[in-house]
Write a protein that binds this ligand. Structure first.
Ligand code: DCM
Ligand code: DCM
Ligand code: DCM
Ligand code: ZN
Ligand code: ZN
Length: 277
């Protein structure tokens, strides 16, 4: 996701944190502003492009070795995770580091920033797809704006959903509006009955169980690749305009993915800091 997606997930999650979790997280981040999670949600995407952070570039996605889509979609863990890592292993590793109170505070703060970002990334369907490097290699137009299919799902589609152009500069204020709408749908609207299912795989007993939960999340995202994002086969979209009917079909998938990630992030942090969701 781009700025809007990551910030909305973080600001949505904030609304479901327990008081004890809020206190621990704000202390760890040294930030008591009202947007404490939104403020760090994009950090991992800047860090990966610095020399000291280049090791983390492969942690933002997992290349599901589909057959290719839409023939079959499948994530197999750990087989689909290469030696340089993947988002499933990264969620497990940084969850363990966040739980580890023997680590220096700066290391646990970094782990928290990674967890907030990666629980976002794993919910973007094309972050679980190998074809075309997660569709980065498929050129598309979005309402006349040249981009690629991956970036369109990251940014152009979410931005259009709140009425912004693909290259708009988004801030916490814009993202909070979307997060509030999603919270209303979760608390009393169309998502209310789905929340239990979004949380049923959560377990933080040990690394293996954390990776297992993250694998389920990746598999759900990957299913959206075969069901919709690449349902015509990846190459069918190359060079096409996707801002019409394709955009209309993508909208509900993007919306539920962001909502799910926000709820999962909140429950994950509540389990880590308070032992309950
Ligand atoms: N790791 C890392 N940075 C390092 C060393 C390891 O991010 N300097 C990550 C890579 C793996 C995880 O930690 O996801 C476990 O690594 P190891 O098996 O080396 O402990
Ligand atoms: N690191 C990590 N995951 C691990 C081990 C280390 O991300 N399992 C990271 C944390 C530090 C860097 O690697 O940024 C160096 O860690 P250390 O000083 O523990 O080797
Ligand atoms: N990405 C992905 N799958 C890949 C390669 C990259 O999901 N196989 C993601 C990571 C970034 C975006 O695509 O969000 C752009 O990656 P890069 O900057 O590495 O081109
Ligand atoms: Zn992306
Ligand atoms: Zn990322």
């Amino acid at each position: 996701w781009g700025t809007l997606g990551h910030q909305s997930i973080a600001l949505l999650a904030q609304q479901y944190l327990l008081p004890g979790t809020i206190e621990s997280v704000q202390t760890l981040l040294n930030d008591t502003t009202t947007t404490y999670l939104g403020n760090i949600a994009l950090w991992a995407d800047s860090f990966r492009y610095t020399p000291e952070g280049s090791f983390s570039g492969g942690y933002h996605f997992v290349n599901g070795h589909d057959a290719p889509p839409p023939e079959s979609c499948e994530i197999i863990y750990p087989e689909d995770c290469p030696p340089e890592g993947c988002v499933i292993k990264a969620i497990g590793n940084y969850t363990e580091r966040l739980k580890d109170h023997t680590l220096p505070v700066d290391q646990r703060q970094q782990a928290l920033k990674f967890v907030v970002h990666f629980i976002g990334d794993i919910s973007q369907p094309l972050h679980t797809e190998a074809f075309g490097a997660g569709a980065n290699n498929l050129t598309v137009w979005f309402q006349g704006y040249k981009t690629n299919l991956h970036a369109a799902w990251d940014t152009a589609i979410p931005n259009a959903m709140i009425g912004f152009p693909p290259n708009a500069k988004i801030g916490n204020g814009d993202s909070l509006g979307w997060a509030n709408n999603l919270a209303a749908a979760i608390n009393a609207g169309k998502y209310k009955k789905l929340v239990w299912a979004w949380l049923k795989d959560h377990s933080l007993r040990n690394l293996k169980e954390e990776e297992k939960a993250a694998t389920v999340w990746a598999q759900e995202s990957n299913e959206e690749v075969c069901d919709y994002a690449m349902v015509k086969g990846g190459n069918a979209y190359n060079g096409t305009e996707i801002g019409g009917a394709y955009y209309e079909g993508a909208k509900p998938i993007v919306e539920v993915s962001i909502a799910k990630a926000g709820i999962r992030l909140a429950a994950w942090l509540n389990l880590i800091f308070e032992g309950q969701t």
